[in-house]
Design a binder for this molecule. Structure first.
Ligand code: PMP
Length: 295
């Protein structure tokens, strides 16, 4: 699914066949989840294949490593060029790119002496599909920022995301919405969250969430289009009074939410502010211009 006989990936300075790439079983990432990664998308645009916000993603990868003490010193530009090479060597146009920084063998809990860098790419549809999603409020909280660096994209943090998604699926929902350790709405297991109420979009502030690059893009779209948007803390009960809501993330893009805990939103998705943002986002990633008149 992710690679075949001929797939090429980047590993520590070399382009190698994915099927031949190996790793040491005694690395800290495999045992303790001590590694960092990114999720990036490339699009076939009218101006050729473009990686969306590549530098922002590689800057976040660097920041993730710095926050948890993983030594890592590739430049964002260098990693961007390598990613374009991975796409080209695999003849990929619309693709998902996965950089992973993993640690060298070390079974202690002290800082690693060295790391490996892998960059792979594959074709991947919208992570949560094309249909509106049915969401539940998770019994799992996002990790407490006093316990981990929540703003870092660290491998081990995703156990929390996997638990929440699995619980949601077992309960018959498509995806989970997670609260922070104070009981405020935080984000999805792999996407940020917005809701609409009386002509304003609301999203949780930074602090207890991953600072999503798509979230930032949504904020930029709103400012450009004069849509009102506010970052604030809110409790899940407030969502039952909301007009609409959506998740946003690199893998999921912008995906509308049908219902939360079985309660549907009053506004049809097509008439929501999220649908306008979704259209604008599509234009931006495809390098097309967009213009809307909000009446
Ligand atoms: N929150 C979490 C927990 C995520 O894993 C992701 C995906 N990276 C996001 C939000 C969205 O971030 P981005 O828009 O940068 O993909």
């Amino acid at each position: 699914m992710y690679y075949n006989e001929n797939t090429i990936l980047f590993l520590d300075g070399k382009f190698v066949k994915a099927k031949d790439a190996t790793t040491d079983l005694f690395n800290q990432t495999m045992h303790y989840g001590y590694g960092t990664f990114e999720g990036i998308r490339a699009y076939q645009t009218v101006h050729g294949v473009k990686i969306f916000k590549a530098h922002e993603h590689f800057d976040r990868l660097q920041r993730s490593c710095d926050l948890v003490g993983i030594p890592f010193t590739y430049s964002a530009e260098e990693l961007t060029q390598i990613s374009y090479q991975v796409l080209k060597r695999n003849n990929l146009k619309d693709a998902y790119i996965r950089p992973l920084v993993y640690c060298h063998p070390n079974m202690t809990l002290s800082a690693p002496t060295g790391v490996s860098v892998m960059i792979a790419a594959w074709e991947w549809g919208k992570y949560l599909g094309d249909q509106l999603v049915k969401v539940c409020v998770s019994s799992y909280q996002r990790p407490n920022p006093k316990s981990v660096k929540v703003e870092a994209k660290v491998c081990g943090h995703y156990i929390n995301s996997i638990l929440a998604t699995n619980e949601a699926k077992h309960r018959g929902f498509d995806e989970a919405l997670m609260l922070d350790s104070n009981g405020f709405v935080a984000e999805g297991p792999g996407a940020n969250f917005f809701f609409e109420k009386e002509g304003v979009l609301y999203t949780p502030p930074l602090g207890n969430i991953l600072p999503g690059i798509t979230r930032q893009t949504v904020l930029e779209i709103c400012r450009e289009m004069d849509m009102l948007v506010e970052e604030k803390h809110f409790r899940p009960e407030e969502l039952f009074e909301a007009d609409s809501a959506f998740f946003c993330g690199t893998a999921a893009e912008i995906i509308g939410i049908e219902s939360i805990e079985g309660q549907s939103f009053s506004k049809p998705w097509n008439h929501s502010m999220g649908a306008i943002v979704q259209e604008a986002y599509k234009c931006i990633v495809l390098d097309k211009s967009y213009s809307y008149v909000i009446v």
